[in-house]
Design a protein around this ligand. Structure first.
Ligand code: SF4
Length: 334
C-alpha cells in the first residue's frame, strides 16, 4: 500500500539487539512536505528508528517505504538511488564529519557517490558553494577543515551535506542538542526556513518539546520502543490524551528552575525501565500516576482518536480521558 503524497511509511518496524527490544512495532506515516516530531526520553528507541530509516541498521522486521518504494531490503547498488531520497543529520556534528576531509569534499561527497563521472568537479564545486550559501556559510569555508569551525558552523555543514542531493526526506536526529544553547535557536531556525522553502519531509527526532512546538506539523510520542500517542501538534499540545504525553508536557522546561525540578520529580521521577525486560501490560504502568490493576497485565490497544492514536486503557475513542496534570499533588514527594 502506498500513496503518492506519502514521503515515509513505517509498518510495524521492529529492531531488536539480541534480547534488547529497542523498537517494538512502530508504524507511522509522514506526508510529503510535512514535519513529524518523534519525541521521547533518552533510551526510548527514537534514534534507532531514524537509523533504520537511513539503513544504518537493518531492521529485525517490518517495512520501511520512502516515497512509495519499499527500501527495507535493498542491495548495495540499489542503496545509491535510495540515499538520494533520504539523508540524516546527527546530533554531534563533530563525530559525523570526517576530520581529514575539507568541508567542500564533505558537502560534495553525496554528489560524488551518486553522480560519479556524470557530474564534473567544477559543477560539483558550484553546487557545494550554492549549498553552503543556503545554510548561511561563506564559499571559502569549503577550503577549511571541520575542526576549524565552531559547533554551530559544523552542524550547518552537516545540513548542507544532507540536503545537497535534494532528498525527499530528512531525518534530523537531535540536531541541536549537542550545540551551545546560544546557537541552538539559530540552527533550529535554519532548519525550519529550509524545510519551509524547499519542502522536504522531515522526521525530527527530539526530546525537546519546545522545539517540537515550533517546527512540527505532527507528533509521535515514543515510550520504551513503542508509540504511546500520535496526532497533530496542535491537538497533542492542547489536549494530550495519553498519561505519558501529559507527563512529558508537565515536565517540559519552564522559566523557573526550582519549580521545574519539582514538577519533573512529581511526574517522571523514576528512570526509564530497561528495554531488556520491558514492564508487562502497559509499558508505562511502573511510572504512570493513574495505573490500576489491569495496566500491569493487559497491553492497551492502539486506539484511533480523531487525528491520531493513543494506547491507554483510560482513553476513549473521542480522545478524552483523565488528565495526570490534575493529579500531580497526589504524587508529590513527601
Ligand atoms: Fe497509565 Fe494504565 Fe493508561 Fe498505561 S494503560 S498509561 S498504566 S492508565
Amino acid at each position: 500500500m502506498s500513496e503518492p503524497d506519502i514521503a515515509l511509511q513505517l509498518e510495524d518496524l521492529v529492531m531488536h539487539f539480541g534480547a534488547v527490544r529497542a523498537v517494538d512495532g512502530v508504524s507511522l506515516t509522514i506526508r510529503q512536505g510535512q514535519v513529524l516530531a518523534l519525541v521521547g526520553e533518552s533510551g526510548s528507541g527514537k534514534s534507532t528508528v531514524g537509523r533504520c530509516i537511513v539503513r544504518l541498521l537493518e531492521p529485525t522486521s517490518g517495512v520501511v517505504r520512502i516515497a512509495g518504494a519499499d527500501v527495507t531490503h535493498l542491495s548495495r547498488r540499489q542503496m545509491r538511488q535510495y540515499s538520494k531520497n533520504v539523508s540524516i543529520v546527527f546530533q554531534d556534528p563533530g563525530g559525523s564529519l570526517d576530520p581529514r576531509m575539507l568541508v567542500g569534499d564533505v558537502v560534495g561527497e553525496p554528489l560524488r557517490l551518486q553522480e560519479g563521472r556524470r557530474m564534473s568537479r567544477r559543477d560539483r564545486a558550484a553546487r557545494v558553494s550554492e549549498e553552503l550559501g543556503r545554510v548561511g556559510l561563506r564559499p571559502e569555508v569549503a577550503r577549511r577543515y571541520p575542526h576549524e569551525l565552531s559547533g554551530g558552523q559544523r552542524q550547518r555543514v552537516s545540513i548542507a551535506r544532507a540536503l545537497i542531493s535534494s532528498p525527499t526526506l530528512l531525518v534530523a536526529d537531535e540536531p541541536t542538542s549537542a550545540l551551545d544553547v546560544s546557537v541552538q535557536a539559530s540552527v533550529l531556525n535554519l532548519l525550519a526556513d529550509l524545510q519551509h522553502d524547499i519542502g522536504f519531509a522531515c522526521l525530527f527526532i527530539t526530546h525537546d518539546l519546545s522545539a517540537v512546538e515550533y517546527l512540527a506539523d505532527d507528533v509521535a510520542v515514543m515510550y520504551l520502543g513503542q508509540l504511546s500517542e500520535t496526532g497533530s501538534r496542535e491537538r497533542v499540545f492542547a489536549h494530550p490524551a495519553h498519561p505519558y504525553t501529559q507527563s512529558l508536557l508537565a515536565a517540559a522546561p519552564i522559566a523557573d528552575p526550582p519549580v521545574q525540578r519539582a514538577r519533573s520529580r512529581v511526574l517522571l521521577g523514576d528512570d526509564l525501565p530497561s528495554a531488556l525486560d520491558p514492564p508487562s501490560g502497559c509499558r508505562f504502568h511502573t511510572r504512570c500516576p493513574l495505573a490500576f490493576d489491569r495496566c500491569a497485565t493487559e497491553v492497551p490497544a492502539l486506539l484511533a482518536i480523531g487525528d491520531g492514536t493513543a494506547s491507554c486503557h483510560l482513553v476513549h475513542a473521542d480522545g478524552t480521558g483523565p488528565d495526570v496534570r490534575l493529579t500531580q499533588n497526589a504524587r508529590s514527594p513527601a
